[in-house]
Structure formats: C-alpha cells, structure tokens
Ligand binder design. Structure first.
Ligand SMILES: [Zn+2]
Length: 364
C-alpha cells in the first residue's frame, strides 16, 4: 500500500496534501467535530415550510437515489420525523438490477410513494466521452465521463415538489461527501490556495480540451456539458422563485453514524448486496463504480480513501479496521468493469488494455 498520513488513509500524493514533520496531514490536524443542532431544532426549522404546503398527500419530497445515504434519509424522514414524503428517483439507465430491487422494497416497507423518472442524457454522452478520454487518460479529465448524470437529477426533485405543492425538500448531503471534493478540484488550472474560483475551473477545462480536443468534439455532448456547468445556478433560481426549503439533516443537525446505518439497511430494510460484498457502500450507479475504478487506476486513490479517512478522524472506525476495508474495496472485478464499458458502448477489453499501457497495474 502507498505511503499515507499516519493518522488517516490519505496517500502522500493526495491532491493538495500537506504532511507535517510527524507525517500528519492538514485534514487530520484541522479536524473539528461538528456541533450538531439536534432533532428538536430540526423539527422547529421545518415548521414554516410545512405550513406553506398546499399538498394534501405529501409533506415533503426526498431525492432518492437508491444509494445508502438517501435510503437512510428516507427511513429517517418516515420513522423519526413521522412525515409523509414522496420519493423521487432519477434513473440514468445505469442502475444495477439489485439496486432497483432495493429501491422498490425500501419504498414498500416504508409505505412511501415512489416516482421514478428515466432520462437518457448520460447514456447519450458516455460513449463519446469514454472514447475521447482514453485518448489521453488523465485523472484531471475524468469528470467528463459522467456528464449527463447531473442534469438528470439536479432540479428534478424541485420540479416534482413544485408540481405537488410541497415546499420542503430533504437532501442527503453529509460531511463525508464534502471531503470528496478532490474529484471536481482536479481539473482546476491552479491548485494554489486562494485561487480556487470559477475562472480556474474554466481555464482548467479549456486546458483539458486543448490537450485533448476530442473531449469537446460532439455537439450534443458539448451542449450537455454546458447545461451541467449552469445547472447549479438554474437550480438556485428555481428554489428562490418557488420559495422552497432544502434541508440536509445529516450535514448539520444529526450525527451520521455509519454502523447504525449499515445495521438498519441490512436488518430493517432487508437490503441485498451483490455477491461477495460485505458492506453497503457503492453499488449504485454503474458509471459511478467505473469512475471509482478509473480514479484508483490513474491516481492510486478514490472516494473510499477519503470516506474512511473521515470516519477515522470522527472516531467511528480504527485506522487498522479502515485499512482492511480499503483493501477489500480495491478488489475490483475487472469483468464487471468490462461489462459496464461494453454497456456504455465502448469496447471494454480494448479500453482496459490502453489503460494498462499507461498505468500498469503492478505499479499501484
Ligand atoms: Zn490525515
């Protein structure tokens, strides 16, 4: 295994890492436990949006991806907050069968209405972006691969809430995801602190396109790239105009506890996981699995390093136990990756061979 921070599992070449003389990274040095505001405050803060609802059927809307985080969120809204949510699911056509089964059974067990909305933006873009990316396979441009995914789910929940006359929306953001920012930061032109603005992002994007023009050589994909760049701004406008309230309970109200969540998913919600897997993380969207594999192959780390490092700092897991989990997660099935690539429309084995040439697996 690579050399890492002595307290967490961030490797010594992690983006912008600064290890001190003792070998401790700045994320560990600066870590502060969050002072969560608590459930009572949460219940107080939702009184106003609830009073503005015109829907007789629903109290709120939950963006439901079928992943672990939003499944727990849905359970929490129903069982702890005693609300009647509508679950909105954005189907990007790369959702494995087992995840679809979990989605349906969770909603059934919780007695929640599920609205699944299919969209094909990702499917229409991915072949082009994969073929373009492999011409110059660098981690900085990996963010092109899932173009079309975001445009599908961003604003979807808000539009359904507006349609139903609901003002309260639940979001699944956790402090852990905040740590996964490296994926978006990689493309930035300058990595020096204080220069992390939009201009650096645009310059970084242009740099990747100049170095690999095929990334921008498809008109439809270019349009979707632009839409995804703008979607955050459009979403903000929509929220303001319609007076919607979005709350992320596990971000600042309630402590996210990994163990309790795994227990609940396996026992109360009867989750199924793919054969050979022992935990509930990451078997949602197939394109996300592919990206995690590619981040690992090109950088030597991925979200698992980041997530586990957060849990170590937060005192939820020991470094030793996390190390074992990390090793287990790195046991990628190449067969599955080839299957995803083929499904995306590219020649999977050829793609892996090209990748192997630039990043021989022995060196990781
Ligand atoms: Zn650290």
């Amino acid at each position: 295994m690579k050399k890492t921070c002595i307290k967490c599992l961030l490797p010594s070449d992690y983006l912008n890492i600064e290890l001190n003389q003792e070998g401790v990274c700045q994320h560990c040095r600066d870590f502060q436990t969050t002072d969560f505001r608590g459930v009572e405050q949460l219940l107080k803060d939702i009184e106003i949006p609830l009073s503005l609802n015109t829907s007789k059927k629903y109290d709120c809307v939950v963006g439901f991806s079928g992943g672990r985080d939003s499944t727990y969120l849905l359970w929490y809204v129903v069982k702890v907050l005693k609300l009647r949510p509508l679950a909105v699911f954005s189907d990007d056509l790369f959702i494995p069968e087992i995840a679809l089964e979990n989605i349906a059974s969770t909603c059934k067990i919780l007695g929640v209405d599920l609205r699944a909305i299919k969209h094909n933006n990702l499917k229409r873009c991915i072949k082009h972006h994969l073929n373009a990316w492999i011409k110059r396979p660098v981690p900085e441009s990996l963010m092109f691969i899932n173009v079309g995914e975001r445009i599908g789910y961003e604003r979807l929940v808000e539009l359904e809430a507006i349609k139903e006359g609901v003002k309260l929306i639940w979001g699944g953001r956790t402090p852990i995801q905040e740590e996964e920012k490296y994926k978006a930061e990689l493309i930035k032109f300058s990595q020096s602190p204080g220069r992390q603005g939009k201009v650096d992002w645009i310059m970084g994007y242009l740099k990747q396109v100049i170095l690999n023009p095929s990334l921008a050589a498809n008109l439809f994909c270019l349009k979707v790239q632009y839409q995804e760049f703008m979607v955050g701004k459009w979403k903000k406008k929509l929220i303001l105009k319609n007076n919607l309230t979005i709350i992320h309970p596990f971000y600042d109200y309630v402590h996210w506890k990994e163990d309790e969540i795994e227990n609940l998913l396996f026992n109360d919600l009867q989750w199924k996981v793919p054969e050979g897997k022992t935990n509930t993380s990451r078997f949602g969207c197939e394109v996300d699995s592919l990206r995690q594999y590619l981040f690992y192959r090109t950088l030597g780390y991925n979200d698992t390093n980041v997530d586990l490092s957060y849990l170590i700092r937060d005192g939820q897991i020991t470094r030793e136990a996390a190390k074992l989990k990390l090793e287990e997660s790195l046991d990628f099935s190449e067969e599955y990756i080839v299957y995803i690539l083929n499904k995306a429309g590219v020649k999977g084995e050829k793609f892996i061979k090209k990748l192997e040439k630039k990043y021989p697996s022995k060196t990781i």
